[in-house]
Design a protein around this ligand. Structure first.
Ligand code: NAD
Length: 272
């Protein structure tokens, strides 16, 4: 269903790798709602990805950019404005990666070069994206910037490893930069804290099958899907949420406010 919520709006969407990606679903929904955008991903990810298919389907162009490279980001912002014919209304940062997670390096035995790389890709890249947009004065007033987070920023999920710290940093950047972006350009900045979702990045976390099932049982509405996240993001890009800013917003079926659910209790008492 389309509500035409993003008619006439222009944006940049980072992080669509394949059709499971949250960014992929978001691009499809933004397109359905009338938004136009440039798709971007790391050059290395595009060689193995199917992003061309998405570009064709949504009538979008692709500009490769490594989100840790300010030079790449400057080129991306400049070219995007040329392609879209003006300033930007919305940006989705849907990027995350930890080499320690990928290589099974335990949190108590970090390879700090990997830790640093993960922080740069998963958190500092958000600062770099915003600083590039801010300096180029590339955002329209009442524009909206969203990044994706996870509740391990607030609570302990042992296998989430150094990504927990990266998400805490990401959420802090949203508040700190969001202040200046709001004050100076009337742009809002938020993070969405999403349920565990079966994507390439998500499934890479050790024990993922266990904690996606656990979260589902704990949440009164069940886990939020990638499509649910896409829909929430559309609302945050729309004019219906103009003064929502500096927030970390849970899209998690209620998980974050639960202590325990009947379904989880039943696994201990045997009363299913
Ligand atoms: N899947 C989950 O369980 C879950 C839950 C909460 C939050 N998130 C967050 O959602 C976001 C999107 O992840 P996803 O689950 O859709 O997985 P995904 O693997 O489909 O997307 C991650 C993207 O990051 C991109 N990326 C990695 N390094 C990059 C770089 N240097 N420059 C530019 N892009 C780079 C990848 O190419 C990929 O497209 C991430 O921030 C992730 O942490 C995921």
């Amino acid at each position: 269903m389309s509500y035409n919520l993003l008619k006439g709006k222009k944006g940049i969407i980072f992080g669509a790798l394949d059709s499971n990606s949250i960014a992929w679903k978001t691009a499809e929904r933004v397109h359905e709602e009338g938004g136009q955008f440039v798709l971007t991903n790391a050059p290395v990810a595009m060689r193995m990805g199917q992003i061309n298919e998405l570009a064709e389907k949504t009538g979008s162009q692709i500009i490769p950019a490594d989100a840790t490279s300010v030079e790449d980001l400057q080129n991306l912002v400049e070219k995007s404005m040329e392609i879209l014919g003006g300033k930007i209304d919305f940006v989705l940062h849907s990027i995350g990666m930890s080499i320690n997670v990928r290589k099974g390096k335990h949190y108590t035995d970090q390879n700090y070069e990997w830790t640093q790389k993960g922080t740069d890709v998963s958190a500092m890249s958000f600062h770099k994206v915003m600083q590039t947009l801010y300096k180029a004065d590339a955002m329209n007033e009442w524009g909206s910037i969203v990044a994706l987070s996870y509740m391990a920023a607030q609570r302990v999920f042992p296998d989430y490893n150094d990504m927990a710290d990266n998400k805490a940093y990401l959420e802090s950047i949203a508040r700190s930069f969001g202040y200046f972006f709001g004050r100076d350009k009337k742009v809002r900045v938020n993070t969405i804290s999403q349920s565990p979702t079966p994507t390439t990045a998500g499934s890479g976390v050790k024990g993922f099958d266990g904690f996606i099932a656990y979260a589902d049982k704990m949440s009164p509405l069940g886990n939020a899907t990638a499509l649910d996240c896409a829909n929430y993001t559309v609302s945050l890009f729309s004019d219906l949420t103009k003064r929502v800013t500096l927030q970390n917003l849970y899209n998690d079926g209620g998980f974050s406010n639960m202590g325990v659910s009947d379904a989880v209790m039943a696994t201990f008492t045997g009363e299913e």
